[in-house]
Design a protein around this ligand. Sequence first.
Ligand code: SF4
Length: 462
Amino acid sequence: MKKIIVKVGDVIVGGEVRAVVQSMCNTSTLDIEGSVRQCVELFEAGAEIIRLTTQGLKEVEALRVIKDQLRNRGVITPLVADVHFSYEVAVAAASVADKVRINPGNFAKDHDVAKREFARLISVCKKSGCALRVGINHGSLGDRIVYKYGDTPQGMVAAAVEWIEMAEENDFDQIIISLKSSNTLVMTKAYRLLYNQMSSRGTLYPLHLGVTEAGNGDEGRIKSAVALSALLKEGIGDTIRVSLTENPVNEIPVALFIANYCKKATTGSENSEINVLPLTDDKGNNKESRRSVIVKDYNTNSYQEFILQASCDLGPLLLDNLVDDVKLNVKISSQPMHSDEILKFRDNLLQATRRKFSKPEYIACPGCGRTLFDLENVFEEVKRRTSHLVGYNIAVMGCIVNGPGEMADADYGYIGEGKNRVSIYRGKEAVYRSVPQEYAIDKLLELIEEDSRNKLFRPRLG
Ligand code: SF4
């Protein structure tokens, strides 16, 4: 089996060391001072690759200045240009960035144009030593792929293989592939399928893993830990991002924990003992003969360490239907954790693994240079005001350019449209456009209530 190593600046992706940890600035790339400051903060927190949104040629030039300023300050972290909808921008960015991320779903509408422009991009990458990420997202597959496969894991894999073949036709192997989804089941299935397909083709390209639009807080951390650990423990994945709708600096300790913990698990130096028992009722009678529960004790140094460790240990078993529930005794620094807190974690874990939905499911992007409003606080407010909508899938997205596509299977969406303006979506349909931000959550709730009264929509997640 040929295993491809990709060089992103001075960072090796695809080697035998633990997964490389990356994040993305949520500053405007045109705000050079703010972006440099955030890159330094991310570097100091331990980010090994940093991505910046690069919408146009002005942002490419800003990226060049940001890179120069960082290098002058001794920060050599590789920078990635995140490019959508413009192969011209991708080509320009390839002589500035250490890696360019393109999304095949919006690189070029016409397949022949895509082939031609991808070849042009590769020729620039070869000259400048720039790597490429073929970043496929569940929510933004191209029309041709969706027509043939639907928006399925198989479609994501077919798109990836098509672009791998195009890179190979151009004699270029410095590519990293990602297949992100906010749905942990879709995401893990897609990566496993692609890994198997690459194995049968005889060449393994590095994979960048991420649960996209994972949200924030415990839920975002648990969702990411569950899906990333399921793959990393199988030896799938070479670089990771934990996407949180928070300050991106918060992503780094979470990602480092997951990468290190899973590396130890694959080398056998972290052996977490797990007991699996039949599921019983309060009197000890078997509830259902074929169902099982994991019983496990934890004593960790912090709450965050507990939720991450338990999600990495138990999440993959729930995700893959190998067990049905968890029963935990938890101590944090030797102090027993309150049973309500343990139950809250259990509910989050069951929801992250899509086994039981006890509250609404949220899709929220992490925000980036395209976000023109206070995404973190708006998301918190949407969560607070929709917490009764169990079984609904609600999206809060930072921009109208990628938001509608990326919210994939959300039932309703709150999508930033520009400064203080919001679009409210039902599925893929924009029902209200240009709503002033101060009324936007009211409008969202009004639409959901009206649909429910008219029996236009029933919650799907149960
Ligand atoms: S959806 Fe969110 S993360 Fe994606 S481009 Fe728009 S603002 Fe940025």
